[in-house]
Ligand binder design. Structure first.
Ligand code: SF4
Ligand code: SF4
Length: 343
């Protein structure tokens, strides 16, 4: 296929690795900023390149986004050019300064990471005040009429909180809820025994289907959850529509950029093997359209599937599900340990 047919329609951009928390499942081992992170002027050039390339939607992440000075100017450059932007935050810092920045940026919503009710969330976030800060953050955002979303990362140890968390989010006017699985990367690579079991993934797809039927908020399924069980067609895309998993989009319609300008097919691929180039050496367009880049998806052929994905009747379009889940659970590109289809 011609390289030009690919568009980085959705971008996840890590502005800084600096973080005020140390979560036990952090995929990027955030904490300290990386040496030589892109300063604001260089980041604004990257934003211009994303606009030229036809990016439509973008999430700013960290570390903690609020610790990158000028994040709101980058967001504003993008939103002024009709890109839908949100930020993903741990929700710890939400004073007048952050509210002012959010309003200036014109972002569409603020996504807060909440990994269970207070006890589990604080344990996972390694911070006994995290949940109470989030409650204050949610109250403040609601007071300012800023739409709130929540991301929840699931392990076996927080799975039992789902029902209570669902009630909490509805009661607090949360509009969007995405549920995803922790991949064994970064800090989580040392804690594999806490990863979610296949039995709980099966319960999760049923839970998501039910919540979408409830229609109390927009509930979305993370890319590493699935695939093709009895609930599949009810758990993806916009609620109310029938959608099926259509394969990992990293390097096809998804791009990830890290805080020092490394470009990957997705920011969930936290391993140097996935780096396709660096923005200090080449422009984003050059990296995106370079022949041979993102080969794991652009040059995919079903004969590459291994393990339980080999000879799967869904293999040609599923392509082994989430590339990150494959790589970090199995050490392979085309073999998925989280899939419920062949269980
Ligand atoms: S076994 Fe592999 S190819 Fe088949 S549905 Fe599951 S993840 Fe996809
Ligand atoms: S690596 Fe996983 S999260 Fe990233 S685009 Fe592919 S399926 Fe989605």
């Amino acid at each position: 296929m011609n390289q030009k047919t690919y568009t980085p329609a959705y971008c996840v951009w890590e502005l800084t690795l600096k973080c005020n928390m140390n979560c036990l499942h952090c995929g990027s081992r955030a904490g300290q900023a990386r040496d030589n992170e892109l300063p604001l002027d260089e980041a604004l050039q990257v934003a211009d390149n994303l606009i030229e390339l036809g990016c439509q939607q973008l999430s700013l992440i960290g570390g903690e986004v609020f610790l990158y000075k000028g994040w709101e100017k980058i967001a504003r450059r993008l939103t002024d050019n009709k890109i839908l932007v949100n930020i993903i935050t741990n929700g710890f810092l939400m004073g007048d300064k952050q509210i002012e920045e959010i309003k200036y940026s014109n972002i569409s919503n603020v996504i807060i990471s909440i990994d269970g009710m207070a006890e589990n969330h604080n344990r996972i976030r390694n911070n006994e005040k995290s949940f109470s800060h989030i409650e204050k953050t949610i109250a403040r955002l609601n007071q300012e009429n800023i739409p709130i979303g929540v991301n929840t990362t699931l392990l076996d140890t927080n799975f039992s909180d789902l029902d209570e968390l669902n009630k909490f989010l509805i009661a607090n006017n949360v509009k969007i809820w995405q549920l995803q699985l922790a991949n064994p990367m970064g800090n989580m690579s040392d804690r594999r025994e806490q990863l979610i079991s296949i039995e709980n993934i099966k319960k999760l797809t049923a839970f998501i289907r039910q919540r979408r039927r409830d229609n109390r908020m927009s509930v979305y399924t993370g890319d590493n959850v699935g695939y093709y069980d009895e609930h599949e067609k009810y758990i993806r895309g916009n609620p109310g529509n029938i959608n099926y998993w259509a394969g990992c989009q990293a390097g096809l319609h998804v791009v990830g950029i890290d805080s020092i300008g490394n470009v990957k097919g997705c920011e969930s691929l936290y391993d140097d093997t996935f780096i396709e180039g660096n923005l200090r050496n080449e422009s984003l367009s050059e990296i995106w359209f370079k022949e041979g880049n993102f080969a794991y998806n652009r040059n995919f052929d079903p004969s590459m599937l291994t393990g339980k994905c080999k000879d799967c009747d869904k293999g040609a379009f599923c392509r082994a599900g989430c590339r990150g889940a494959c790589f970090f659970t199995q050490g392979e590109y085309f073999e998925n340990a989280y899939c419920v289809y062949k269980e």
